[in-house]
Design a protein around this ligand. Structure first.
Ligand SMILES: [Zn+2]
Length: 205
């Protein structure tokens, strides 16, 4: 996908997430890898009203080289790109996943195959850091070596994908899995067995 098309797709998918309530105000940020750098949503921008020409352009070392100033949470995106071979990162404050991130046991069990297929085997919870604290970067980087998504305690999810569309779908699946986990909290739902999880990861991972 060329850069112009990727810029348009970021704007389109961000607006779709915003319209469905996955982000409010200026919360959330999205990045995607280019052949020679990255695009990321600007600081204080609203996902519902992005301008493709004003997205922040970063070079391969994450230096700002064009467009508006990048999100202050750029380090959490960098932590994923340096931890694993990935094409896009989505960070949201979506309600259900953030609710899970506020629970002390903070984990989402493997309830549905699509959660396992899109989000993976594990969903580490990163300890609380003040938003914008760069110390969060190394903690995310360490967790992202083993996981495609993490929950930031009392903050929200960060999810990656091979493509921008994959990352957005994974963020949506994570939100729905969090909704199910909260609906079933206190019940004893049937979880996927470890062998079933491994079978999904072998087949679709
Ligand atoms: Zn945030």
């Amino acid at each position: 996908m060329d850069e112009d098309a990727l810029r348009r797709l970021i704007v389109e998918l961000a607006a779709s997430l915003f319209a469905r309530g996955f982000s409010v105000g200026s919360a959330g940020n999205i990045s995607a890898r280019l052949t020679d750098g990255y695009l990321i949503t600007p600081t204080n921008s609203c996902l519902g009203r992005l301008d493709p020409a004003r997205l922040s352009r970063l070079d391969a070392e994450f230096r700002h080289v064009g467009g508006d100033a990048p999100s202050k949470e750029v380090f959490m995106h960098r932590a994923f790109y340096t931890a694993r071979d990935t094409g896009a990162v989505v960070h949201l404050h979506s309600t259900m996943a953030t609710a899970i991130a506020c629970l002390t046991d903070g984990a989402i069990p493997p309830l549905t195959p699509y959660f396992v297929m899109r989000v993976g085997r594990t969903l580490p919870v990163i300890p609380y850091f003040r938003p914008g604290d760069p110390a969060m970067g190394p903690a995310i980087n360490a967790a992202a070596r083993e996981a495609r998504a993490v929950l930031l305690a009392n903050h929200g999810p960060v999810v990656c994908g091979k493509t921008l569309t994959d990352a957005v779908y994974a963020a949506e699946e994570l939100e729905e899995a969090a909704r199910l986990a909260l609906l079933l909290r206190g019940a004893s739902p049937r979880q996927l067995m470890p062998a079933q999880v491994e079978d999904l990861l072998r087949t679709f991972g």
